[in-house]
Design a protein around this ligand. Structure first.
Ligand SMILES: [Zn+2]
Length: 294
């Protein structure tokens, strides 16, 4: 039986490229509607800022029976950057735990309970991050980018000395699925990643990669585990081209915003239907962690 975790990362429009929450406020109800129609559950990872400025969205998610997790304060780079981002520098390791403590408190104050699942922005995790999460009482970290490290296929307890290796921490690391059955042509392996295939190439293309990866797992006697990251802002039309605010403009790469809105909603809907046809079962990140040693 294939276990699936759908994670929706709740942040400003176009990741951290804008300060706006149009996508969060309009896209979250669409994702909740979709999950309800299919009778499945998911985890919504809120930045502290997104939770604080959109408490009604946090309540909507909780009232629909889903998990609220944490996604840093402002979508900052909390761990090891896997590629460079203009003007964005990683936290220093000694800043990490305090930063995550504040992020956790911000989400907790809105949600009414402490989040126990985390995802690092852009999947930029680190050893310092998992140690900090362990100290803060988290049970799940849905960060491991399989496209980059390409080793761990299934949820695991990370090592306190190297988060990408198995060890003795109590927290459970959930690998974000990438199609390891294909050959990568990218130096970072980003072309193996599942995101944002559903938007760019559609549900069938993502399903082909998912099936290819499931076969890859079975050949290695591993039960396929599929953790995904999506964003409410992808389910609402995003501006293409230059976006002006503050004292300048940003122009996100076209693939970042292409097909956001109704097309993305339709493709996600079809993709979930195909997973269900294959007998997949859907879990929240915390449920995977809590069942891990049971
Ligand atoms: Zn994010």
């Amino acid at each position: 039986m294939t276990k699936v975790v759908l994670g929706f990362d709740c942040e400003t429009d176009v990741g951290s490229w804008t300060p706006f929450y149009e996508g969060l406020t309009h896209g979250t109800p669409r994702s909740l509607d979709l999950l309800q129609r299919h009778g499945i559950t998911a985890t919504f990872f809120f930045t502290g800022d997104a939770a604080r400025k959109n408490p009604e969205v946090v309540r909507m998610v909780l009232e629909s029976g889903h998990e609220v997790g944490c996604h840093s304060i402002f979508h900052e780079t909390v761990g090891d950057a896997l590629f460079e981002i203009p003007g964005v520098y990683p936290l220093l390791p000694e800043e990490v735990e305090n930063r995550l403590r504040v992020a956790t408190a911000m989400v907790e104050s809105v949600a009414g309970h402490r989040p126990v699942s985390f995802r690092a922005p852009r999947l930029f995790g680190s050893t310092a991050v998992v140690n900090a999460l362990e100290n803060l009482g988290y049970v799940a970290d849905a960060t491991y980018p399989m496209y980059f490290y390409r080793e761990r296929l299934s949820p695991y307890h990370p090592s306190r000395d190297n988060w990408t290796q198995e060890g003795t921490l109590k927290i459970v690391e959930l690998p974000n699925f990438a199609d390891l059955s294909m050959e990568s042509k990218d130096p970072y392996g980003r072309d193996l990643d599942q995101w944002p295939l559903f938007r760019l190439e559609g549900a069938e293309a993502l399903m082909r990669h998912t099936d290819g990866y499931a076969n890859y797992c079975r050949q290695r006697k591993a039960e396929p585990f599929l953790c995904f990251y999506f964003h409410p802002w992808e389910l609402h039309p995003m501006p293409e081209g230059e976006i002006h605010f503050g004292e300048g403009s940003v122009r996100p790469d076209p693939f970042i915003v292409k097909n956001c809105g109704p097309h993305a909603v339709e493709q996600l809907d079809r993709f979930i239907a195909m997973l269900l046809q294959r007998g997949a079962q859907f879990f929240q990140a915390r449920q995977i962690a809590e069942a891990h040693d049971a």
